[in-house]
Design a protein around this ligand. Structure first.
Ligand code: GLA
Length: 473
């Protein structure tokens, strides 16, 4: 979790941007929700290329005090420092890339105190086309980073090429699986390559840019389950707060990225945050999906394309679901179509991974429905948090709102201790063998945590429901 400058600022980067943004991360309470990586994307390099010793160098007009001073500053604030390069001759913005300079550059990153490297794939010099060729190109940097002895996360950015979801986890911590996101929910755009691929076809040659939230979800759906603790599909940086989507669309985008365990990199200008955007990204009940200790992505249970279309000719609904560490089940019902729709899903269908055809033990219990947006921060509180000018003032606002602080209570502990701030609000029950049915407005999502209703004297006391087999019932 953290922030990356690319979506809001592109190449307009500077020391000042990073430092003022890091102040905002802290004062808005975002660091204490887990957003602790500040990532400098492309365009930090000197346009004249490497120095006479072959080392990458920053553009001094943008970074007058060099890069180590930035990481020192971030570390002193309890934040981490992310940087960017490309496994190519040049980066995507045509600055010097790291291909065949991996050891030198990894050493520079380590010297600069870098904690994460986003590693792009532009200008790869033709070293692409099969999984092995791409794997070797990226592995060179993975090995070089490891050899520095510094713990540096590696975030691959080859847009899903060469089946990265089949090998990314062995050399990196996350891998981008699509072309670049843009600030649109369903709108198709020719700049997003392969937007006419059939569902399930992962062979996209020119992934491009301007990929919508829906496009990215459809692309990752066939292999969402490849995310494992320590290695995650990266759905790209968030667009929340950028202005191109509605509040409901941003809520859906954010919850899906959290539920699918994508890295959560905020992509908006944190120094001019709107109260609405803040109250989306700071919802601890949604963040607890992202940070759930079980560490598996939600997967798509159902996609229905036979629904009323929106203004872009898109009409589809999705049901996404996933198991959580404490036995709860996360469920997201999304309506990408043009009309409000009742979306239904049975317990039998939700729990197919535990036994097909309604045979899962889970199907025999009642499940309480918890709405995870129920305790979204009020607009008035978010507004006063943004407007407050001193640290004590902000701390008082967060305290009065009883806001979750993951620095004090890590999510794993909060979940274990059933901190109510992570569980939304109970709004109903799905009876054993029953069906979850909810009205979902056009271009929005409902986000639930289903909690098994424990029965007095139940036979499975002391034993997690996940370990109960059909035969034991
Ligand atoms: C590629 C990446 C983006 C961004 C730019 C920078 O397009 O996919 O996320 O890093 O390069 O040039």
């Amino acid at each position: 979790m953290g922030w990356n400058n690319w979506n809001a600022f592109g190449c307009d980067v500077s020391e000042e941007l990073l430092l003022t943004t890091s102040d905002a991360i802290i004062s808005l309470g975002l660091r204490d929700l887990g957003y602790d990586y500040v990532v400098l994307d492309d365009c930090w390099q000197d346009a004249n290329g490497r120095d006479k010793n072959g080392k990458l160098q920053p553009e001094l007009n943008k970074f007058p005090n060099g890069l180590k001073s930035i990481s020192d500053h971030l570390h002193s604030k309890g934040l981490k420092y992310g940087m960017y390069s490309s496994a190519g001759e040049m980066t995507c913005a045509r600055f010097a890339g790291s291909l065949d300079h991996e050891v030198d550059d990894a050493n520079s990153f380590a010297e600069w105190g870098v904690d994460m490297l986003k590693y792009d794939s532009c200008y790869h010099m033709g070293r692409v086309g099969t999984p092995t060729v791409s794997f070797n190109r990226f592995k060179a940097m993975s090995d070089a980073l490891q050899a520095t002895g510094r713990n540096i996360l590696l975030n691959l950015c080859n847009w899903g090429e060469d089946l990265v979801h089949t090998w990314g986890m062995s050399i990196s911590n996350s891998w981008r699986m699509s072309g670049d996101i843009y600030d649109a929910f369903t709108r198709p755009d020719d700049l997003c390559g392969c937007n006419t691929l059939a569902p399930g076809d992962v062979n996209c040659v020119a992934p491009g840019t301007h990929c919508s939230v829906l496009f990215i979800l459809n692309k990752v759906a066939p292999y969402a389950d490849r995310s494992i603790p320590g290695g995650w599909s990266d759905l790209d940086m968030l667009e929340v707060g950028q202005g191109g989507m509605t509040d409901e669309e941003y809520k859906a985008h954010f919850a899906l990225w959290a539920g699918l365990k994508s890295p959560l990199f905020l992509g908006n200008d944190l120094r001019s945050m709107s109260p609405k955007a803040l109250s989306i990204i700071n919802n601890p009940a949604i963040l607890a999906l992202s940070q759930d200790p079980h560490g598996r992505s939600m997967t798509r249970v159902r996609r229905d394309t036979n629904v009323a279309a929106d203004e872009w000719g898109i009409g589809e609904t999705h049901v996404w679901a996933g198991h959580l560490h404490n036995g709860d089940q996360a469920v997201i019902l999304v309506n990408f179509g043009g009309k409000d729709i009742d979306i239904k899903v049975s317990l039998a269908e939700l729990f197919i991974p535990f036994g097909p055809g309604g045979s899962a033990p889970h199907n025999k219990f009642d499940w309480a429905i918890h709405d995870l947006w129920a305790h979204r921060m009020s607009e008035a509180t978010a507004e006063s948090l943004i407007a407050a000018s001193t640290e004590p003032e902000r701390a008082a606002i967060l305290k009065a709102a009883n806001w979750y602080n993951a620095t004090e209570i890590p999510y794993e502990k909060g979940l274990r201790e059933e901190d109510p701030r992570l569980f939304g609000e109970k709004i109903g029950v799905v009876k054993a063998g029953g069906v979850l049915k909810e009205k979902v407005k056009s271009h929005s999502a409902k986000v639930f945590r289903l909690r098994r209703v424990k029965k007095e004297g139940e036979v499975f006391k002391g034993k997690s429901i996940d370990r109960v087999t059909k035969d034991e019932l």
